[in-house]
Design a protein around this ligand. Structure first.
Ligand code: NAD
Ligand code: GLY
Length: 376
């Protein structure tokens, strides 16, 4: 059987004084075992020898030996590759673990010409990226995302962060990777629930930016759920293309990049109300997109038939459609008011204005919000 060909695309970014910052994204099968060292040599030709791989034990068990074998086969000496395996879970995306990774870099005398490799989901990627952003004021890093969510969202665009006890991602930096290497084979071991949570972000791109992709997802959701290689490569590449275009236009989220947060204001409220324990981020975003769609219908921005299609696609992906029932109206309003998108004291909502289109609105009344919350 022929394997689907590797796709590549570029995140185009402006060139500061020290050189261009654009970087490639590769999407294919077997890349961890065959391509990482070549990509490393081509994107970082003058990098030093030291490499730190950040991962966690769940992921390392499956993919770390393969990654190290690929690097050493290409001539990188084993003694120059260190690893920092962090505990598995969102609660460990914190300053304590960050500091422990810094200790590894200190212990092994890492220089400024070292490279950090993130091998894992969004937690590992955000953490490794923040380490790379801050070690000796910034060193290059490669993203090797292993969850669908990380492959279509968190590994692209340079947002890196750790959590503070009072809020998610409060401590962070924009630091773009030198390359993103997406090996769809790594999805074989991803639990079904995590896979579906990633599909929510894939659907998000169709809703907010590409009606044809939305229609493709309606046609091909069963293939994607069966993790068909060709369908996965198409959907991941398309998602990365759409994200790359937005990041290129607005790297530090002064405007259009906020559209990527479609569904997130409601979604973050669900995650916070349930203490980040029972809902996965993608599940909350899925419900948040449905809520945003019906809010858009209520405000006259979206046809009800389009909102129904959004809801049906989310349902077809096996994602939840309804928010938890035990969040009171006042709790909803309070949690949404804590959203990072609040500007000048005003809540801002990303609402779909058609399939493949979205805009930012800041004039939604509390009554309107409550009527949508109560309707679901
Ligand atoms: P995650 O990193 O916690 O991974 C989910 C689970 O899957 C973990 O238990 C992990 O160990 C496991 N796992 C990962 N890859 C696996 C594989 N191939 N096989 C088996 N198990 C595997 O969760 P996530 O959804 O990938 O990422 C969520 C994080 O991403 C959050 O911290 C969120 O804030 C962040 N995020 C960042 C951005 C950004 O732009 N930087 C965007 C979205 C989300
Ligand atoms: N995940 C939203 C962003 O990267 O901006």
């Amino acid at each position: 059987m022929m394997s689907a060909p590797t796709q590549s695309l570029t995140v185009s970014l402006g060139a500061p004084a020290h050189g261009a910052r654009s970087y490639p994204i590769f999407v294919g099968s077997g890349l961890i075992s065959t391509a990482v060292a070549d990509i490393f040599n081509s994107v970082l030709p003058s990098a030093g020898k030291q490499i730190l791989i950040v991962s966690n034990s769940t992921i390392a068990e499956h993919y770390l030996p393969t990654l190290i074998a690929n690097l050493t086969a290409a001539g990188i000496e084993r003694e120059h590759i260190q690893q920092a395996l962090i505990p598995d879970g969102e609660t460990f995306k914190n300053l304590t673990i960050y500091s422990e990774i810094m200790d590894v870099l200190v212990k092994h005398r890492f220089n400024r010409d070292c490279t950090i490799i993130a091998l894992g989901g969004g937690v590992v990627g955000d953490m490794a990226g923040f380490v790379a952003a801050t070690w000796q004021r910034g060193v290059p890093f490669l993203q090797i995302p292993t969850t669908l969510l990380a492959q279509v969202d968190s590994s692209v665009g340079g947002k890196t962060a750790v959590n503070h006890p009072s809020g998610k991602n409060l401590i962070g930096a924009f630091h773009q990777p030198a390359a993103v290497i997406i090996d769809i084979d790594s999805l074989a071991t991803l639990p079904a629930r995590e896979f579906k949570a990633g599909l929510a972000e894939v659907i998000k791109y169709g809703v907010m930016a590409d009606a044809n992709f939305f229609a493709w997802l309606e046609e091909n959701m069963p293939l994607l759920l069966s993790r068909d290689a060709e369908a996965l490569i198409y959907a991941i590449t398309k998602s990365c293309e759409l994200k790359a275009r937005i990041v290129a236009a607005d790297e530090t989220e002064q405007g259009v990049r906020a559209l990527l947060n479609l569904g997130h204001t409601f979604g973050h409220a669900i995650e916070a109300a349930t203490h980040y324990k029972t809902w996965l981020h993608g599940e909350a975003v899925a419900v948040g997109m449905i809520m945003a769609a019906y809010l858009a219908v209520q405000q006259g921005y979206l046809a009800r038939t389009d909102a129904i299609r959004i809801e049906q696609l989310i349902d077809a992906a096996g994602l939840p459609k309804y928010p938890p029932k035990n969040i009171s109206n006042s709790e909803w309003l309070e949690l949404m008011a804590r959203d990072k998108k609040v500007k000048h004291g005003k809540l801002r909502f990303i609402l779909p204005t058609g399939l493949g289109r979205a805009s930012i609105f800041s004039d939604i009344s509390s009554d309107a919000l409550i009527s949508v919350i109560e309707s679901l």
